[in-house]
Design a protein around this ligand. Structure first.
Ligand SMILES: [Zn+2]
Ligand SMILES: [Zn+2]
Ligand SMILES: [Zn+2]
Length: 323
């Protein structure tokens, strides 16, 4: 496979197009910096995940940039959050603004190498890898909206370690919860979500339903209250050709708020076996992911947070005295 290596400033830079096309990771030592120059968002996603899942810190910590010139090709795949799976965009192969960050990453990787055996020691611990990544980038673990994720919110880099979105959700959230419990992460509240009681999906449809039969094909009508005779009934009982007249006392209704008002709405269940009318429908929730029907109070409530490494994490996991 032909690799395209160029020199920028004092660095060697590998252009990844062929590697991405063939989905083959280059050698860990090939070039200091890797740059994505491929138009297909899906191919880029697949390849960035491969980098993240590599067990070699020289690969998963490698500085990897997207080119702003290709950004328009990715615009229909925002849910991939490609930018969050690497070191972001550069323009015209200009890395001058990123040099301090890149140097910090190289220093960190070479410190890791010096720690005897530790280079591969904790490789299977996802949190350790995430901590290395965050520390080497001075980044927090932020949450992003994604309609590709199970709940609607995802931690793109953490979840990229897992192959399906269910596993990504369950394992990803567990890693964060445990790290927080062990004081390796501090967290900041972002949002409160309601998710399916059975499958944790956030893709839910809410609609009014009949309190008697649970059906949700309902008809809504306005109620009219005639002041003079106190009769209350649905608007269609009052409707006579081009005016409103009271079905109880036959008087014509002329002015809203003067001789009548509309105190609310009434719902009719269109299920032929039911046909009940009622003023307060229930709200029922349908899960698009697993088709479970449930009531709002049955949904799981989950708070979502963004996280930051604590000094305990830096001392115990990063633990590089020279920093
Ligand atoms: Zn009904
Ligand atoms: Zn009346
Ligand atoms: Zn569900």
């Amino acid at each position: 496979m032909a690799e395209r290596i160029i020199n920028i400033k004092d660095f060697t830079v590998l252009l990844l197009e062929d590697s991405i096309e063939n989905n083959i990771l280059p050698e860990a030592t090939s070039a200091d910096i890797w740059i994505v120059n491929h138009k297909s968002a899906w191919h880029v996603l697949r390849f960035l995940k491969k980098i993240i899942r590599s067990s070699d810190p020289r690969i998963y910590l490698k500085p990897v940039f997207l080119q702003r010139e290709f950004k328009s090709f990715y615009k229909f795949n925002r849910e991939y959050n490609l930018k969050q799976l690497c070191d972001g965009y550069i323009e015209n192969l200009d890395i001058s603004k990123n040099i301090i960050g890149i140097q910090h990453i190289f220093d960190f990787i070479s410190e890791l190498k010096k720690r005897s055996g530790s280079l591969y020691e904790n490789n299977n611990e996802h949190f350790c890898r995430i901590a290395y990544y965050c520390y080497s980038r001075q980044k927090d673990i932020k949450i992003f909206e994604s309609h590709d994720s199970l709940t609607g919110y995802s931690y793109p880099r953490l979840e990229a370690h897992f192959s399906d979105r269910n596993e990504a959700y369950l394992k990803g959230r567990r890693i964060l919860r445990e790290a927080h419990k062990n004081n390796f992460l501090k967290r900041e509240y972002v949002d409160t979500t309601h998710i399916c009681k059975k499958c944790n999906s956030g893709f839910l449809i809410y609609r009014e339903s009949c309190p008697s039969c649970g059906g949700h094909d309902l008809q809504v009508r306005s109620l009219i209250h005639h002041f003079r005779c106190a009769y209350v009934g649905p608007e269609d009982e009052f409707r006579k050709e081009n005016h409103l007249s009271c079905p109880k006392c036959s008087a014509q209704l002329r002015n809203l708020a003067v001789d009548y008002d509309k105190p609310g709405k009434i719902f009719y269940c269109k299920n032929e076996k039911c046909g009940k009318e009622f003023q307060k429908p229930l709200i029922a929730v349908h899960c698009v992911n697993c088709s479970t029907e449930q009531m709002p109070y049955e949904l799981k409530i989950e708070k979502v947070y963004q996280y930051e490494l604590t000094s305990e994490a830096i001392n115990e996991i990063i633990n590089i005295k020279s920093y």
